[in-house]
Design a protein around this ligand. Structure first.
Ligand SMILES: C[S@@+](CC[C@H](N)C(=O)[O-])C[C@H]1O[C@@H](n2cnc3c(N)ncnc32)[C@H](O)[C@@H]1O
Length: 255
């Protein structure tokens, strides 16, 4: 790593608590270098000096480093398994279940969970967290473009969304089950006694060391028998190392 980039990661850590060295380096550096160049800075030092005082530039940096793409029921077939098998099993001997959508981005994932709880008539609550406060404000607003809903069938659209001039607005009943909080997976304490953790399409950005730490902490966060649901490129190769066992493709059960 160049001294200029190392100094940049240290300065960013001091300002935001975000440790860039725990993200895969080549990928992160490439993304940030192209943004820095686009804004006309020739070194990370100059770029950081500007980020310190220019809020807009800082927001742009945060957006570039976090990558916020999401959609409702992303990889639909897994959500079908969640609906038909996993959620009913988790709720079998409990009156209320606790779900956590970690790295939830613009909110499509926690609202998809909320739809399933309503459809299955289950009692539960959904904690939805992300590193990026501005993305959480968009999630709280709950307004989406057509392309985010391409996996949402007509019956669910009618039941849970209102079509407005600005897009599709999630219903108040969906919102009621979801609480959005800022949370850094690499740093903040994890909630306890969770029945289902959904954490998808963020682990790909972390180093092996950071991933192992997060899996251990997810395992601690789950109640025995609880389930971790990961993204489609994020299989865990040695789940037992973290006290987890496979419970179907992209699902892991805490022992
Ligand atoms: C590609 S989105 C994934 C959204 C959703 N989980 C999905 O699969 O559709 C990645 C999200 O991870 C968040 N993120 C990145 N680093 C994080 C960290 N250290 N702690 C919590 N969230 C983080 C980003 O802000 C971004 O919203």
């Amino acid at each position: 790593m160049s001294a200029d980039y190392i100094a940049f990661t240290e300065a960013v850590y001091k300002k935001t608590g975000i440790d860039l060295t725990l993200y895969k380096e080549a990928q992160m550096k490439r993304r940030l270098t192209s943004l820095r160049d686009k804004r006309g800075f020739t070194s990370f030092q100059n770029y950081f000096n500007a980020l310190r005082t220019d809020e807009q530039l800082f927001q742009e940096f945060l957006e570039r480093m976090t990558i916020n793409v999401s959609e409702f029921f992303r990889n639909r077939s897994r959500w079908d398994v969640l609906q038909k098998q996993i959620l009913p099993e988790l709720a079998a001997d409990k009156s209320r279940i606790k779900l956590w959508s970690a790295a939830c981005s613009t909110g499509e994932e926690p609202y998809s969970l909320s739809i399933l709880l309503h459809e299955l008539q289950l009692n539960g609550s959904i904690l939805a967290t992300d590193l990026d406060e501005s993305i959480l404000n968009r999630a709280r607003a709950g307004l989406y473009l057509e392309k985010s809903l391409r996996e949402v069938p007509q019956a669910l659209r009618s039941a849970h969304f209102l079509k407005t001039a600005g897009g599709w607005k999630v219903s108040e009943q969906l919102k009621k089950l979801v609480t959005f909080n800022k949370h850094n997976l690499l740093k903040d304490p994890y909630p306890k006694g969770i029945d289902l953790i959904v954490c998808r399409n963020v682990m790909i950005y972390f180093t092996e060391e950071a991933k192992a730490d997060i899996y251990n902490r997810f395992s601690d966060s789950l109640r025995p028998g609880g389930i971790l649901f990961v993204g489609s490129t994020e299989q865990i190769f040695n789940p037992h190392k973290f006290g987890l066992e496979s419970a179907g493709t992209f699902f892991y059960r805490k022992g």
